[in-house]
Design a protein around this ligand. Sequence first.
Ligand code: FE
Length: 143
Amino acid sequence: MSDPEPVDAFELADDEWLARLGPDRYAVLRQQATEGPYTGAYADYADTGDTGVYRCAGCGVGLFSSETKYHSGSGWPSFWIPMNDKVVEERSDASHGMVRTEVACSRCGGHLGHVFNDGPAPTGSRYCINSLALEFDRSDSEA
Ligand code: FE
């Protein structure tokens, strides 16, 4: 794993986000929507041995390595650790009658998903991430 790179802010106006992302990605990344379980492109993806980086679909920063993706059975792509502690922000989310920990992209502020404490060793964390918030980059496993 490479050293954390500085994360510069990536900011757009709301209408620019919608134009850049399209309605489905916009709803997740900018409006905290959750895609349906098993509907996302990456829910069961990368069981083929493909290695690479899952990048933020909003700004392109590398968020998760395929090497830390695992089968949680939840219907969403699941990872046990981000690429480094600079690329994601975690904040309390009390919406929908639950207290959860939201995971957002540090660079663009985009909503990614939530993190739970029922993941596998060595972290015990389950980063439960929307496929719509991600873009798989098979070419660059060290970014
Ligand atoms: Fe981002």
